[in-house]
Ligand binder design. Structure first.
Ligand code: ARG
Length: 588
């Protein structure tokens, strides 16, 4: 289906062409003076130089052709040569009818679906999830859903941090506390227990304790490093403990992500590619890509055009240990072998920018990825508190994700039950849905790369550019539709009519932009464009709603026209929030 602006430009472009000018000059755009007209064409201004003619002359020539326009209800010349345009009501209605019939409201289906992998979430096993992980989960989930909506073949991978020093730290701390555990007995050769020797809350306490101690106690730190080494070299008891840590932690992570409506297709992690590393290192050496430098194995990745220093990518440390890099490269190798994706998108803190630049260059140079595979780093900014510093608890500690979500849920619950009687169950459920919209919309409405302030009061408000405002609008539409049904009338049979007021026309125009915005959000990997769109759409709806008595309208054709419009708006709003990763309740 044609994009609305392409369609609306066509006739103007024909005129420019017929008059002997470049067709492109006839392109129209949304008016920047909405008080004067809906659209404008600046082609006469742009063409003046090329055709050595006064813009006013060109504009008048074009206007003279407009007397029997199919598309425009007004074409006006404004000195020095602008064309101000209004569009016929019926053209907008026809476009919306077509959108309603088309699959996905006219979003162009990918002719050749791309295989896309999204690396997001990236939590570290056994460390509590904190707000820093929130952004990756929220943004990655939305990017995944947008790409899927566009018809691509998308796989999301959580890429767990499950192989680092934190594992050695936990094992060391466990050994300090319970040296009698069978896992630490070198002579033991039997089966290890199925039950983990700790719960998730113990685990969450163990890691910070161990991490703190390792910073103060050098000997302890050495032990932790040794434990990590033993684990990575397959010592049985340590492996068994690692399995317990993974199991307990992943169960908890799954619960947390489920509460956020974040779903991963793959729960792979750093540990999954460890077996590949020796082979990959061999390949890099054999190919002449990797060389030894001060005992370490590195690949040069600097390029002539660099304006900043890009250090070599280190593959092995001088003690032979692999690094974060090594694992990411081995993961790329695995992904290429297993899925051969066209595009891999990493949703990670923007401070890892240079790191990913090195990894990507190294992967290309060593031909782990071919030219057909795009690698994108989608770096996100920091979520700050109102004081402009990274978001903290009231006591100044690191804010845990669970606590943050609980606080917002409580705040929403309070608001929902404030001046209404709702059943406890319904209030809780609704609070949860609205809270999620507050968190996700608050995050996604900012361009990902920017830092933003997490302002609980603002994000949970039912007014302004917020998730709850969008949900409130959807619920309002649903309630009108429900009342219409209660009157014994059929929403599905309602047919769109020509808009009868400017607020109705504005609403229709806003709706008509959906497919343009969705395609653009995908191209630019920019969920915030969808937020901006549904905020505009909601505003347009609410203006229309305040001016129009829908349910008491006596002209049933007119009323049905509005109902059809509301149903389309609801459908588009709900589709949009679905790709952002939240849902609307029936009532609130
Ligand atoms: N676990 C990492 C961290 O917390 C994020 C992982 C990002 N993804 C990746 N493929 N490196 O910083």
């Amino acid at each position: 289906m044609k994009k609305i602006l392409d369609l609306l430009s066509e006739e103007m472009q024909n005129w420019f062409e017929q008059a002997g000018y470049d067709r492109d000059l006839g392109r129209i755009s949304i008016s920047n003076r909405p008080d004067l007209c809906e659209f404008q064409c600046n082609g006469a201004m742009a063409g003046a130089k090329k055709y050595k003619k006064a813009p006013l002359l060109i504009a008048n020539e074009i206007m003279a052709m407009s007397t029997q326009s199919q598309t425009y209800s007004k074409v006006e010349v404004v000195p020095p040569g602008f064309l101000n345009i209004n569009v016929k009501e019926s053209v907008i209605r026809d476009y919306l009818c077509e959108m309603g019939q088309a699959s996905r409201f006219g979003v162009e289906e990918a002719t050749k679906p791309l295989k896309i992998m999204i690396d997001y979430g990236g939590p570290n096993v056994a460390k509590p999830l904190h707000v820093g992980h929130l952004r990756s989960a929220i943004i990655g989930e939305s990017v995944k859903r947008i790409a899927r909506y566009m018809g691509h073949d998308v796989v999301g991978d959580i890429h767990l941090g499950d192989w680092g020093l934190q594992m050695g730290l936990i094992i060391t701390e466990l050994c300090e506390r319970n040296p009698e555990l069978v896992y630490f007995d070198d002579t033991y050769s039997g089966e290890y227990p199925n039950e983990a020797p700790f719960t998730i809350s113990e685990l969450e306490e163990i890691y910070p304790a161990a991490s703190k101690r390792s910073k103060e106690d050098e000997e302890y730190k050495q032990k932790a490093m040794e434990a990590t080494f033993k684990l990575q070299n397959g010592v049985r008891g340590y492996r068994a403990l690692w399995n317990h840590i993974m199991h307990v932690s992943v169960t908890d992570l799954k619960k947390n992500y489920q509460n956020l409506s974040v779903e991963f297709d793959l729960w792979k992690g750093e540990s999954d590619v460890q077996d590949r590393i020796p082979g990959m290192v061999y390949y890099m050496k054999e190919g002449g890509y990797a060389y030894e430098s001060a005992g370490a194995l590195v690949v040069d990745v600097k390029e002539e055009t660099d304006t900043k220093e890009v250090p070599p990518c280190m593959i092995l440390k001088s003690d032979g240990a692999s690094l974060y890099n090594t694992t990411d490269l081995a993961t790329i190798q695995e992904r290429m072998e297993e899925r051969n994706p066209d595009h891999i998108i990493y949703v990670v803190d923007k401070r890892q920018d240079l790191y990913f630049e090195q990894v990507f260059r190294c992967a290309r140079k060593t031909k782990l990825v071919g030219d057909h595979t795009r690698l994108t780093f989608l770096g996100f900014g920091t979520m700050n508190g109102k004081d402009g510093k990274p978001f903290k608890t009231r006591e100044g500690g690191v804010m845990r994700l669970e606590d943050l979500i609980r606080d917002i849920n409580e705040e929403m619950y309070r608001k929902i039950t404030e001046n209404r009687v709702v059943s406890e169950d319904e209030a809780r459920m609704t609070a949860q849905m609205v809270a999620l919209s507050a968190i996700k919309y608050g995050d996604l409405s900012n361009q990902a790369s920017k830092d933003y302030v997490f302002d609980v009061e603002r994000f949970t408000s039912f007014e302004g550019d917020t998730g709850p405002y969008i949900l409130y609008t959807i619920v309002r539409i649903k309630s009108i539709l429900a009342k219409y049904r209660e009157m014994g009338k059929d929403v599905e049979a309602a047919r769109l009519q020509d808009p009868g007021s400017s607020s109705e026309k504005d609403l229709m125009m806003a709706i008509s932009n959906f497919n343009t915005v969705m395609e653009n959000a995908f191209e630019e990997i920019a969920p915030h464009k969808i937020c901006a769109y549904i905020f505009d759409l909601s505003n347009a709806f609410n203006r229309f709603y305040h001016e129009t008595k829908i349910l008491t309208e006596e002209d049933s054709v007119k009323q049905a026209g509005w109902i059809a419009l509301l149903e389309l708006a609801r459908n588009i709003l709900e589709t949009s929030i679905d790709v952002l990763g939240f849902k609307a309740p029936e009532r609130m």
